[in-house]
Structures are given as C-alpha cells and as structure tokens.
Design a protein around this ligand. Structure first.
Ligand SMILES: [Zn+2]
Length: 66
C-alpha cells in the first residue's frame, strides 16, 4: 500500500489520481488519501485496461482505493 503525499489523492468515484480537493475528471470531492497500485493510462482509446475500467482520459489512476 502506498501512502499518498499530502496533495496527492485518489477520486473514489473514477479512481483518478488528483492534486487538490476536486477531481478534475468527474468533479467529485470524494477523495481518498491512500490507494493501492498505480495505472498509467497514456492512450485510453488503445488500452484494454482503460476500456475495462471505463477510463476515457489519459492520466494516473489507482488500482484500488481504500
Ligand atoms: Zn473522479
């Protein structure tokens, strides 16, 4: 398990790694400070993992949110 730094959080809604208090993808403020695993999605349209997780925007995502 990775302990995120103070500013780095994970959106519980879409699992995106965000900096700040609001998810820049879905707008949720329901953020977790700890998560497991890290997914780096560069080309969501070409990624099977992204399709599986319904990720449509490139960026960093957690595998599991605590
Ligand atoms: Zn989100």
């Amino acid at each position: 398990m990775k302990q995120a730094s103070v500013k780095e959080r994970v959106c519980r809604n879409c699992k995106r790694i965000v900096v700040g208090d609001t998810c820049d993808l879905c707008g949720s403020t329901n953020l977790a400070s700890t998560y497991q695993g890290l997914l780096i999605i560069i080309k969501p349209e070409l990624s099977e993992i992204a399709a599986l997780l319904n990720i449509k925007k490139e960026g960093y995502y957690a595998v599991k949110v605590k």
